[in-house]
Ligand binder design. Structure first.
Ligand code: FAM
Length: 435
C-alpha cells in the first residue's frame, strides 16, 4: 500500500518549506508570556508543541484536521451507511489531511491485515507475566517486547541518512498499529476466558477484528468498537500519552519504545485509567447506597462525600476543556439511539445532571463537566464487555492512531530532541521577588 505513504510524503512535503521558513526567518517571533502559575500548574496553556493530527479547543472540543466528531461520523467512510465510521479513515485523515474515499479506507484495513501477524515471542512474554498483573502492564510489556522488530532502529544503526528516518518510522508505525488488536484481544482472552484464544479474521476491519478476537461477533459490538476507536484516537499533543510518546520519540527511540512510554502514561488514573475508575466509583456508590437505581439526592450526597475524602470524581474535569466533552456527548447520543433503559446508563446520565453544579460550587475545579471516560464504561458494559480493568487497554489501542501518526510527522519534520529548561525552587522564589 505504498500510495498512502506517497500521499503522506506529497502532503507533508508541502509543509516542509513553511516549517523551514518559520525556523530560519521567524524563529524570534514571541508567542506569549509564561507565568509562574502556568509552570507550577503543569505547563497549562503554554504553546510548546507542534502537533498536526488534531487540535483541542477549550470551548468546542476536539477537531481532527479541522473536523469535529459529529462531522466525522457523517463524513468518514463506513462499512454500511447505518453504522459508525471506520478508524482506518480517521488515521488516513490525520496523516493526509483529507477525508478519504471508502477505497482508501479498505486499503488501510488490508494493509494492516497483512502486517497483523504477532511473533510468538510476544505471546510468550505475555504468558510469562502473572495472570493477575494489570492488563495495562501486560499490554505495555508486550509492545516493548516487539522493539527488536523495529526497522527504524535497524536503519538508524546501519547509518541511514536522517532525511529518510520518517520512511522507516512509517513502516514501524503501520506494523505496530496492525498488531495491537491481536495483542489486546490475547490479553483479554488470557485473563477473562482461560486463555481460550480466538484467531484473527483477516477479512475484517481493524476494530471489527478486535471485537471478533475478544469474542464478540455481533454487529452491535463491532459498531461500538469502531466508534470507540475513533473518539479516543487523539486529543492534540499535550496530553500525557501523546506528549510522552512524542518526548521519547524525540530521542530517536523507536516507535515501540515511544508508544510504550505513552501507554504507561495512559495507565495513570488522571488520564486513561479514569475509564476504569469511573466504573469502580459508580459500583462503590451503588453498593454503599444499596440500589442500582439511585436518586439524584443520593448521588449528590455521594459526590459530596467523595470530595470531602479528598478524592477526585472520576470522569469529570479536564486540563483543557471547559465544556461537556463532545466525546461524552457522542457516546450519550449513541446510547440514546441504540439502547433502551439500561440502569447503569441511566445512572451515568443522572450523575451528569447532578455533578456539575456540585463540582462548580467547590470554586476550584476549572471544568465541572464530564469527559470521555464518564460514559465509555457504561456502553462497553451494556454490550457485555464488563471487565472494567481492561478498559484502558481499549483506550490505548485507539490512542495508537493519533500518537503514531504524530510520530511519523515528528520524524518527517526532523523535530529535534525535546529538552525544556528546569529551575530550582530558589530560582522561582527569586523571580517572584520573595527571597
Ligand atoms: N473531582 C475532584 N476534584 C477535581 C476534579 C474532579 N473531577 N477535577 C479537578 N479537581 C481538582 C484538582 O484535583 C485540583 O485540586 P487541588 O487544587 O487541590 O490540587 C483542582 O480541582 C484544580 O484542578 P483543575 O485545574 O480543574 O484540573 P487539572 O487540570 O489539574 O486536572 C484532571 C485535570 C482531568 C486531571 C482532573 O479534572 C481530574 O482529576 N479529573 C478526574 C480524573 C479524570 O476523569 N481524568 C480523565 C481525563 C480524561 F479526559 C482523560 O485523560 N482521559
Amino acid at each position: 500500500m505504498e500510495y498512502i505513504k506517497n500521499r503522506f510524503y506529497e502532503k507533508a512535503m508541502k509543509n516542509m518549506a513553511d516549517l523551514q521558513k518559520l525556523r530560519k526567518e521567524h524563529g524570534d517571533v514571541v508567542l506569549g508570556q509564561v507565568t509562574i502559575d502556568q509552570v507550577l500548574s503543569g505547563m497549562k496553556g503554554i504553546p510548546a508543541l507542534l502537533t498536526e493530527t488534531s487540535k483541542l479547543d477549550a470551548n468546542e472540543g476536539i477537531r481532527f484536521r479541522g473536523f469535529s466528531l459529529p462531522e466525522l461520523q457523517d463524513k468518514l467512510p463506513k462499512l454500511d451507511e447505518a453504522g459508525e465510521p471506520l478508524p482506518e479513515g480517521l488515521f488516513y485523515l490525520m496523516m493526509i489531511g483529507e477525508i478519504p474515499e471508502k477505497e482508501d479506507v479498505i486499503n488501510i484495513s488490508k494493509d494492516w491485515a497483512t502486517r497483523a501477524h504477532v511473533p510468538q515471542h510476544v505471546f510468550d512474554v505475555i504468558d510469562a507475566l502473572p495472570k493477575n498483573s494489570r492488563p495495562m502492564t501486560q499490554f505495555s510489556t508486550a509492545i516493548l517486547s516487539m522493539a527488536y522488530d523495529s526497522v527504524f532502529q535497524k536503519a538508524y544503526r546501519a547509518g541511514v541518512n536522517k532525511k529518510f528516518y520518517w520512511d522507516f518510522m512509517y513502516e514501524d508505525v503501520m506494523t505496530l498499529i496492525a498488531r495491537l488488536p491481536r495483542i489486546a484481544a490475547y490479553i483479554y482472552r488470557r485473563i477473562y476466558h482461560n486463555g481460550n484464544h480466538i484467531e484473527p479474521n483477516p477479512n475484517l476491519d481493524w476494530a471489527g477484528n478486535l471485537a471478533h478476537m475478544m469474542g464478540f461477533d455481533s454487529t452491535e459490538v463491532k459498531r461500538l468498537l469502531r466508534l470507540y476507536m475513533v473518539i479516543h484516537a487523539d486529543h492534540e499533543g499535550g496530553n500525557v500519552s501523546a506528549h510522552a510518546t512524542h518526548l521519547v520519540g524525540s530521542a530517536l527511540s523507536n516507535a515501540y519504545y515511544a508508544y510504550t512510554a505513552g501507554m504507561v502514561g495512559l495507565a495513570g488514573p488522571l488520564h486513561g485509567f479514569a475509564n476504569q475508575e469511573v466504573m469502580d466509583w459508580i459500583s462503590e456508590m451503588l453498593e454503599q447506597i444499596g440500589t442500582d437505581e439511585p436518586s439524584d439526592s443520593q448521588i449528590a450526597a455521594y459526590i459530596e462525600k467523595t470530595l470531602v475524602q479528598g478524592r477526585v470524581v472520576p470522569g469529570y474535569g479536564h486540563a483543557v476543556l471547559r465544556i461537556t466533552d463532545p466525546r461524552f456527548t457522542v457516546q450519550q447520543k449513541f446510547a440514546e439511539k441504540y439502547i433502551v433503559n439500561d440502569k447503569l446508563i441511566n445512572t451515568v446520565n443522572a450523575i451528569y445532571r447532578v455533578a456539575p453544579p456540585i463540582l462548580e460550587a467547590t470554586g476550584k475545579i476549572k471544568n465541572p463537566w464530564p469527559n470521555v471516560d464518564a460514559f465509555s464504561g457504561a456502553l462497553l458494559n451494556h454490550y457485555g464487555i464488563t471487565e472494567s480493568n481492561f478498559y484502558t487497554v481499549l483506550f490505548g489501542v485507539s490512542r495508537s492512531l493519533g500518537v503514531m501518526a504524530s510520530l511519523v510527522f515528528d520524524r518527517f519534520y526532523g523535530l529535534p530532541i525535546e529538552r525544556p529548561n528546569s529551575q530550582t525552587l530558589e530560582w522561582f522564589l527569586e523571580k517572584a521577588g520573595i527571597t
